[in-house]
Design a protein around this ligand. Sequence first.
Ligand SMILES: C[S@@+](CC[C@H](N)C(=O)[O-])C[C@H]1O[C@@H](n2cnc3c(N)ncnc32)[C@H](O)[C@@H]1O
Length: 279
Amino acid sequence: MQETSGYDPNYVMGRSAAETDRLKRQSQLYDASTWQLLKEAGLSQGMKVLDIGSGAGNVSFIAAGLVGESGAVVGVDSNPAIVEEAAGAARSLGLRHVSFQVGDISTIELDRDFDAVVGRLVLIYVKDPAALIRRLLGHIKPDGIVAFQDLDWGEGPIANPPSPLLSQAWGTVKEMFRRAGLNNRMGLSLHGAFVAAGLPVPRMSLFAPAGGGADFDGYDYMASGLRSNLPHIVKLGVATEAELALDSFADRLRTEVVAVQGVFALPTFVGAWSRRRPG
Ligand SMILES: C[S@@+](CC[C@H](N)C(=O)[O-])C[C@H]1O[C@@H](n2cnc3c(N)ncnc32)[C@H](O)[C@@H]1O
């Protein structure tokens, strides 16, 4: 078995209820782009889909809508608490064709007849994404679909005019990822990971919610991202809790941006999809 675990064998962003809430907020901002990616990749009625790093289940639920009740979705996550949460959400939504399993994706036993393997914001936490994708190819049918979406922190935030507070927060998270040994350009690195895994060159797209004004969700989203990463930001010596002053961060960012009628984009999700070569 290939070693694929990253910096933290569990998960760098923690396992709190606050993290589950952050994933849900993220879902509201980014789910439309994930639906678009999975649709373009070819997910359709009746397919059996594997969702790795399924978290609170949002990607599994999008896939479930595309494959319908004649299909099936299996989500796998190493965090037992979030798997329980996802299973509860599936029950509430009446999605009997979606199930979740606890396990590390680099070692868990899986069926070998999936039509597609998908994942969002999970390869960034994996030490060798190409090795993991290669392993997963053994679990999908010939011509099966591989579709991933991941973060790319780029050179810095897109903002007009530039926002010093946003740049500071962006730089803090990007540096935390770098010091943790994680690839903060994982999004655009999907291309290389797919090709190194033996897949045809993927089709790719970029998505980032953007906005301004007092009601934009982006201020709270940036604050919740900093909060989830706080233990690692502090532990890795990137910034102190006092320097970040998270309790007031969202309001300070809102005030700064609204005062100049500014607009900015949240972190970019890069999507990539390809199909296993038959044979
Ligand atoms: C940022 S969350 C994304 C969750 C979900 N895919 C979404 O987009 O809403 C990453 C998830 O990957 C899981 N994860 C990270 N490394 C994993 C591994 N090696 N095996 C299984 N799950 C893993 C974490 O527990 C976490 O729930």
